[in-house]
Each structure stands twice: as C-alpha cells, then as structure tokens.
Write a protein that binds this ligand. Structure first.
Ligand SMILES: Cc1ncc(C[n+]2csc(CCOP(=O)(O)OP(=O)(O)O)c2C)c(N)n1
Ligand SMILES: [Mg+2]
Length: 600
C-alpha cells in the first residue's frame, strides 16, 4: 500500500504530507540560520566579554570558533533528540530542546567573563639571558637576573638545558597562578634556540584548597571573641572574595571594620561597619578604632607599622601565610586559613551581640571624617585647585568600573582617601613597596589586559617625569589611558616629610614643562588647567576622549596630607620648619601653607 501511495505521489506531484515536511524542514533551517546570524552579529560583543585579553580581530575569531564547536555537537544532538522524538512525540521533544537552549543561553549569562576573573591574571616574565658559554665572564648585557628578581617574584629560575624547559615552564605557571604573582623564567639565548626535547607530560595543577584552622583553633577564636567587650576587625587584602563573610561577622560582633590600603577594594563598599583606613594615610576613625579596642581581629592583613597596633588588646590573627602570623606585632592567637573559609567555619560559633555602642561611636566618627574630607574637596579661593578636589571630581565622573593606577606621593594618598570603592572599581598602587612612578606602567598593563575598561592613571609631576617615555608606548600601542597629572611643582610627599622633621625642603623643587603641551607633542590629547572654575568641564572633556589623554592640573603646592593624629614630634617639626623658613626669608611659603590648609 505504502509503495503504491508513494508511486502515485511521484506521478501526481507532492502530497500535502511531503509539502508539510519540506516546509517544516525549511523553517527549521531558517531557525538554525537565524541562530547563526544572531551569534555572528553578537560575536564582537561575546568576544570582548570572554576573550578581552586578545586584539579585537582575534577575539571575534575565538568567539566564532566557540560557536563552531557547537556544530560538532549538533549531529549527535539530532540523533539523540530525533530518537527521543520518535519515542515520546516530536512536539514534546521540540519544546524540551527549546527549553534546554533557553536555559543554556541563560547559563552563559552567568559565566564569569574576563573582566571578573581577569584581576587574578598571573604573569610570566621571560628574561632573556646571554648564551650559556659566556655566563660568568661579564659578557655584554649579562645580568644576574636571579639577584634582580628573586625578591620581587614568586618564582625565579633559569632554564639551564632544553630538557628542563617544559618542567620549569610548568612550575613557573603553577607558581604564578597559585601564589598570584610574577614568575620569572630566565632563558639563555642558545637554550631558546635549541630544538624542543621530549619530556614527561608535566602539567600545571592549580586546584584551590579549602584552608581553615582546626576545630580547636576555631573554638579558641570564638572563645576569645566572646570574652571581648569592644572588638575591632582590621582587614587587609587577604579579605578579597570574603566581603560578605567579613560584613556578617562584623554585624554579629558589633565590630567596626578598619581596613588597610590594599583591603580598600574588598571592604570599603556595602559595609555598614566600615571606619576607613588606619596608618599615617588613614582616617582618625580607623586609627582610633584599632587602638582603642580590647580585642583586635586581624583578617588577611600584614600591615607593616607596629605603632598602629594596640599595645594592651587581645589580638587574634588569621592569615593564609603562616609567616605573616605575629610578624608585625605579638598576637595571642594566630591561625592559618583563607579568610572566606575560616569565617564560614567560625560564623556558626559566633552569636549576635546586642550592644552596638562601640561600633556606633566609630562609624559616627568615620561619617564625620568623610564630611570633613568632602569639605576639603572643594574649589579653593582665587581658583586654587586642591589635589583632593581634583580627586573628588575624578571620583564623580569616572566610570562605575574604572581601574585606577596611582603614583606614590600625595596623589596616591588622595586616590586612597577620596576615590570611592564600589565593588566594581579597582585601585592599584605600589602599596607593598612604595615605589615612585608606578602609575603609568601599571596603567599600561591594566589597559592591555582590560581593553574595554576605563583606566585612569593618577600621576605625580615627579612620577610622570621619571618615565615620560612611556607616553610614547601608550601612543604606539593605542592604549586609551586617561592620565591626570597632579602638578604641584614638587616632590610633594618628600617635601612634607622634610617639613615634619623641621627641615627646609631640599632638592624637591621641580621645574616642569607644560605637560599638557608635552602630551600633545607626543601624540596624545593634552590640556593644562590651573583654574578651578574650568576643572569640571576639563575632566568631562578629558574622560570623553576616545584615545589616550593627559590632563595636567596645577594643584595647590602646599596642601598637607593630614595624618589621623598629630604626633608631638611632627607638630614640633612643623614649628621648626616654619621658624627656619621665616629666618631664611621664606615667610611667604609658611603663609601660603597656612592659607591653603586652614582657609577659614
Ligand atoms: C623610586 C623612588 N624614589 C623615591 C621615592 C621617595 N618618594 C616617595 S613620594 C616621592 C615624591 C613624589 O613626587 P610626585 O610624583 O611629584 O608626587 P607628589 O607627592 O608631589 O604628589 C618620592 C621622591 C620612592 N618612593 N621611590
Ligand atoms: Mg608632585
């Protein structure tokens, strides 16, 4: 029967069933191609999200390759779902496949993109060494790289023979990823030129462990915390990724949370117990909250200056590095653990406290300190621009997820104090070593690694002068970095240090060119501003430039970085400086300093 029917259909044209099948297949193909067109047109957006480390063309190709991978799977999908269709009915199967596609699209939206995991980007530095037979004979360009890099890297080894290449490269990658730093591979030219050798299949292992103290240690932590009346948490960079746990613990303990400069990104935002930084760059709220508590919980901080630790409090320290425990100040209990893992295990042992008076007092002090700072972040008289005011304008106008890189100096202090963290922004400076002029180099790295993101470099005039040639790199590499130069005509921070020691500023004066014009001559957008009335619009214009842009701002040269407390020695030093300045005929400077810092 069926053979006859088919034969009849052949002679009399298509049956309605066949027409229906062809129409349905065509619609299916259109649907498939629509998918293709949709993905094709979104390739540049998807590429920018997931492959942002590469140039735009490569990103697009990777995005399309990811789509192409789907075509390998499709025939299998057709076989599997075709069969399921035969069994349970095609209509249901169609609905199920559509549902799976929708869910998959939703899940793609949940994947972390390059921007969210990119900050953990490890670095391998390959240092090219002279040929092996010349090593040890002061050959031209021979450098003892191990001596140079050993102290500022997480791994530093030389590939002595080609047989070590794979194994050492694997170890370098493993160190860079797990220890989160720069790994250095020293590569003699003749080893680099050698043919690759078969090696065992060494590969990189980077599994992240759960790292937390023992049950006994956790109980002891809970016991000491329960004994405390006025508890303060002092949190550092080790709290990255543990925001919610720290905030929750602080809430339960009714503890103010002070943070280090490196802990700012992780804990300043969405934290009702935040009382700011302590230390010489900090706020008086953070400073006093740490000093006046009776129990101090150090979380992932290795803050270097022991005078900022309380002398009579019970101190509990948690750090993932055992060598950080008790390194800066004696502690009662030191435990090894990641902050997130440790707090997750500790929280069930900590009950909610009722009395919030200690916490409230410091949170209030912090609010006051912020208000006082806002009052200093305004235009000065006669159009004077304070560094704090410039920073507050940048803070308001920079992107929600901007990356900031600051030089060491007063400009770096303003970034840490005035630019607000929000969980999306990141702030970088040479905070472990305190090296001058790191801003531009860091900004180049950031912009290369995160091409789609706004990168703002907060530079000192001394800092930018040191590495002025890097502006040419920025132009050649077409990196749209926005540089703000805080032009105070001086190595300002050192000048402050000299004054607080009672000295007249020595070798700190800078005879600057007009950096706005220098930038233009080098091929960047450039402008110099010296009047506060022009600053807002100049910052708008500067941030709106699509390529690299440098805004040179003449800032108040005598603006002081007020510490959270005035030590008697510093007050005495300032008095001595003022007296010496007057005796040396520089009374005008003293008058200017008073006028800039105590305007009312
Ligand atoms: C390589 C290096 N040299 C010297 C110092 C000491 N130092 C710290 S801040 C600073 C002055 C920075 O001047 P500038 O870039 O103009 O910033 P300002 O403080 O004026 O805002 C100096 C010399 C240092 N930290 N690193
Ligand atoms: Mg300066």
């Amino acid at each position: 029967m069926s053979t006859m029917a088919v034969t009849q259909a052949r002679t009399g044209g298509m049956t309605s069933d066949e027409r229906f099948v062809i129409l349905a297949s065509s619609l299916g193909t259109v649907f498939e191609w629509y998918d293709f067109y949709l993905y094709g047109s979104l390739a540049s957006i998807i590429g920018a999200q997931f492959f942002s480390a590469y140039p735009p063309a490569t990103r697009d190709i990777f995005a399309l390759l990811a789509f192409a991978a789907g075509f390998l799977v499709r025939p299998f999908g057709a076989i599997v779902f075709g069969r399921i269709g035969d069994i349970v009915g095609r209509k249901y199967t169609f609905l199920v496949t559509i549902l799976i596609m929708g869910l998959s699209t939703f899940i793609v939206g949940l994947l972390p993109n390059a921007a969210t995991i990119g900050f953990a980007a490890p670095v391998i530095l390959i240092a090219s060494q002279v040929v092996r037979r010349e090593l040890g004979f002061d050959f031209i360009q021979e450098v003892d790289f191990k001596a140079v890099y050993k102290n500022c890297s997480v791994f530093c080894e030389m590939v002595l023979i080609p047989e070590q290449a794979r194994r050492l490269t694997v170890m370098a990658c493993q160190a860079a990823i797990t220890r989160r730093g720069v790994a250095v591979l020293i590569l003699p030219v003749d080893v680099a030129d050698s043919a690759a050798v078969d090696e065992l299949p060494y590969r990189v292992h980077t599994n992240v462990p759960v790292l937390r103290p023992s049950e006994t240690d956790l109980d002891e932590m809970a016991r000491l915390l329960a004994e405390g009346s006025n508890i303060t948490i002092y949190a550092g960079a080790g709290c990255a990724g543990a925001h919610d746990e720290v905030v929750e613990l602080a809430k339960r303990l009714q503890a103010p949370v002070a943070h280090t400069s490196r802990g700012k990104d992780a804990l300043e935002y969405d934290n009702p117990n935040n009382v700011g930084m302590t230390g010489i760059l900090g706020f008086e709220s953070g400073y006093h909250a740490v000093l006046n508590c009776d129990t101090l919980l150090l979380l992932g901080t290795n803050f270097a200056w022991s005078q900022f630790y309380p002398s009579r409090a019970t101190i509990i320290q948690v750090d993932s590095d055992p060598m950080h425990i008790g390194q800066r100040h004696p502690v009662q209990l030191g435990v090894v653990g990641n902050i997130k893992d440790t707090l997750q295990a500790l929280l069930p042992r900590v009950s909610q406290r009722k009395d919030s008076s200690f916490r409230d007092a410091y949170v209030e002090r912090h609010e006051k300190a912020l208000k006082a700072q806002a009052a200093r972040s305004v235009p000065g008289k006669r159009g004077l621009i304070y560094g704090q005011y410039l920073s507050s304008v940048i803070n308001r106008k920079a992107a929600e997820d901007a990356l900031f890189a600051a030089d060491d100096g007063t400009c770096g202090v303003w970034m840490l104090r005035v630019i607000a963290a929000n969980g999306k922004r990141r702030m970088f400076a040479s905070l472990l070593h305190g090296t001058m002029a790191s801003g531009i180099g860091t900004a180049i790295g950031l912009q290369t690694c995160q091409p789609g993101r706004q990168v703002v470099c907060v530079a000192g005039d001394g800092g930018i002068t040191m590495l002025l040639g890097d502006l040419i790199t920025i132009v050649s590499e077409k990196l749209p970095i926005k540089i703000a130069v805080y032009d105070n005509g001086a190595l300002g921070f050192v000048e402050l240090e000299q004054k607080s020691e009672g000295l007249l500023p020595t070798y700190t004066d800078l005879k600057n060119p007009d950096f706005g014009k220098v930038a233009q001559a080098m091929g960047l957008w450039g402008r110099t501003v010296s009047d506060a009335a022009e600053l807002e619009s100049a910052v708008d214009e500067w941030l709106a430039v699509s390529g690299p842009a440098l805004l040179n701002v003449k800032v108040a040269p005598m603006e002081l970085v007020m510490p959270p407390f005035i030590a008697p020695e510093a007050a005495y030093g300032m008095a001595m400086y003022s007296m010496r300045a007057v005796l040396h005929g520089q009374a005008g400077d003293v008058f200017e300093m008073i006028r800039e810092n105590f305007p009312k």
